[in-house]
Design a protein around this ligand. Structure first.
Ligand code: LMR
Length: 334
């Protein structure tokens, strides 16, 4: 199934390369979330802008909800040139060998979007994107989603409540350590499989920004959601380097403008979209939404911040300290 999807992509790619000179350049943009999420909406915005600004020289085909490729396949497809653009979560670059991106998964490293933007929209973020180039990938931008909350079928008020629970995670060693630190059992799984795994009890719970939870209907198969905001989930918009550098200069310039505008849009709507989806989750009455007290929040923070030190050898102490400097975070002052 996976191989045939890749082959199909490659055939399509070869066909588009032999298309007539004035046929539009096709950009396949594959992603795994719903259309009405921050990433889904930003991808549609990019399509509109790119087609407008390139005056029809480019056609962007957006494939949402893992309809073209799932998590791991889409990275391979990008490197092979079967798709041209993706926006994977920053937690999914480890398997590619770019472990530094997992710094974004460190629990509580960012308290809010303002702190986060100091990194993603500043020189640290630019340097991180450069690490993709040896992999044949160019990083164009960071797009926000939001802060994650834990969900499960049993109430979660304190770190001990996750002990022994099977928790679905993205493919990040930092997230694995986060769950182990809580005494939970991490299970790496593609996003497209999560709803069913929760429904059938293959896993007990997970962590997500509310927009992902709501649009995949995970709240219908999780009895408890606790608004922990314990970590960030966002994206790097990436392209196949060879494809991008081979574009005519005028086309590339219009796409760069389209990407700049889409990034402003993405990062403007992300919080509102998550807030709006939280209201919908509450209204649905299908899950109990719990907001931890100040003391409970501190208990989670104290339990999880030690993950930073445990992951120094993977991510690099220097990078972690550089982020602390930007965000003025001091773990000794908890
Ligand atoms: C997940 O796998 O939970 C997320 O990375 C999905 C996404 O793209 O937001």
């Amino acid at each position: 199934m996976r191989i045939s999807a890749l082959l199909l992509g490659l055939v399509a790619c070869a066909l588009s390369a032999t298309a007539s000179a004035d046929a539009p350049i096709v950009i396949k943009f594959s992603h795994v979330v719903a259309v009405d999420t921050p990433k889904g909406m930003a991808a549609e915005f990019f399509k509109k802008k790119a087609e407008e600004l390139s005056k029809g020289k480019v056609k962007v085909e957006v494939y949402a909800n893992s309809t073209l490729y799932k998590d791991k396949e889409e990275m391979e497809a990008l490197q092979l040139g079967a798709v041209q653009m993706l926006a994977p979560s920053l937690a999914k670059f480890g398997p590619l060998g770019v472990k530094e991106f997992e710094a974004f998964d460190l629990p509580y490293i960012f308290d809010n979007y303002t702190e986060l933007h100091k990194v993603t929209q500043g020189p640290l973020g630019q340097n991180l994107l450069k690490k993709l180039e040896p992999k044949g990938i160019l990083g164009l931008a960071f797009w926000d989603n939001g802060f994650k909350s834990f969900s499960a079928n049993t109430p979660i008020k304190l770190p001990a409540d996750l002990k022994g629970k099977k928790m679905r995670i993205q493919s990040s060693k930092v997230l694995e350590e986060e769950m182990r630190t809580l005494g939970a059992l991490p299970q790496v799984m593609a996003f497209s499989e999560v709803y069913q795994a929760l429904q059938t009890g293959v896993v007990d719970g997970t962590e997500n920004p509310i927009s992902n939870l709501y649009t995949q209907k995970m709240h219908e198969v999780q009895k408890h959601l606790t608004l922990t905001d314990h970590g960030y989930l966002g994206y790097a918009v990436i392209v196949n380097k060879k494809f991008w550098e081979g574009l005519p200069a005028d086309v590339r310039a219009s796409l760069e403008t389209a990407m700049k505008e889409s990034t402003v849009y993405a990062n403007k709507i992300a919080k509102d979209q998550n807030d709006k989806d939280l209201e919908s989750v509450k209204k649905s009455g299908k899950t109990t939404v719990y907001s931890p007290t100040k003391e409970e929040r501190l208990a989670f923070k104290k339990a999880l911040v030690p993950v930073h030190q445990k992951m120094e050898s993977r991510i690099g102490k220097e990078l972690i300290e550089a982020i602390y400097k930007e965000t003025e975070f001091d773990p000794s002052k908890l």
